[in-house]
Design a protein around this ligand. Sequence first.
Ligand code: SF4
Length: 97
Amino acid sequence: MKKTRIYNVEGALLIVLLQYDELHDKYIEIYPDLTENPVYTSKGNPIMLTVEDACAFGEQKDENERLIDCSSCRFYRQMPNTLIGVCINEKKINKPV
Ligand code: SF4
């Protein structure tokens, strides 16, 4: 059975696979493809990875830092000790139709 870690990301459960890394003697997280299969919080905000390429709605959080990925965007709310976070940009909310 594969080892997993389950995160409760603002009301959404996200299952992340863990893979043993012999070189560093620790487990590393293998993240699902959240672009291909988006997951939303209970408020409809998309869960994103820190390293995801910045989208067209992103805005730099620091004028001295280029907008490259979600981690450099002012709408990104980072979770501690993982590459998972939440995009709080209203333009990205998943609204029911
Ligand atoms: S945090 Fe949201 S708005 Fe910012 S780049 Fe990522 S997806 Fe786009």
